[in-house]
Write a protein that binds this ligand. Sequence first.
Ligand code: SAH
Length: 244
Amino acid sequence: MGQVRLYIDQPLGGGQEAGLDTAQAHYLGGVMRLGPGAEIEAFNGRDGGWSAQIVELGKRGGRIEAVAQVRPPLPPPDLWLMFAPIKKARTDFIVEKATELGCARILPVATEFTQAGRIARDRLQAHAVEAAEQCGGTHVPEVAELSPLTRVLDGWDEGRRILWADESRVGPAETLAGLPRGPWAILIGPEGGFSEAERTRLGGSGVVTPVSLGPRILRADTAACAAITLWQAALGDWGGSRMT
Ligand code: SAH
């Protein structure tokens, strides 16, 4: 198994100490069976990955000391994921996968046909932290509070384009190559899809590009993974080398 990675929201630099909270201390000591002297990798979302030594570890907390940078900061492309929250386990899955696949920010949005009235933002944020720890990332996407889609669109920054996964275009998948690079947000609807009013609004917006995700109707969690994958391959940080 690879080295234990821990997200710590504190400055990291050579010789710098950082405190551990109860949950982190429990994870290192109780779950991973590490103790003082053991080496882990710490990251804070800004300073890349740091090898760090456990200095002190107790039931309620502890301290680590950062030794050397072992990974440069690896920020994801400027891609947001907007999705209508669905059942708990599937919503958790979406947050986990969006983090692994490389989204910078995650925005749960309430659409007309959204069933979930609330989300446990803190729990979702913890899922993003865990996914970043597990996948070798050095960035944890912020999970925003649930907000109505109409309000999000009212305050939209026109510099960011929206890739709208539009189930009514079900059919041959559309290639994203050729779309402009830059800040984007992907929009995925709920099980019930988008309402007529939402379609009219999205269809009339100059920043929105509707796309098909292929010939089958996907569940929202699958659709999120598929859309991020297509975007990353065409416009994100996956492209580049050619198979030989
Ligand atoms: N009930 C709807 C489907 C909703 S699927 C219907 O039967 O038409 C949930 C969301 O996944 C959709 O709102 C859309 O954002 C996305 N999605 C699923 N399959 C898709 C496809 N083939 N093309 C584009 N978007 C798709």
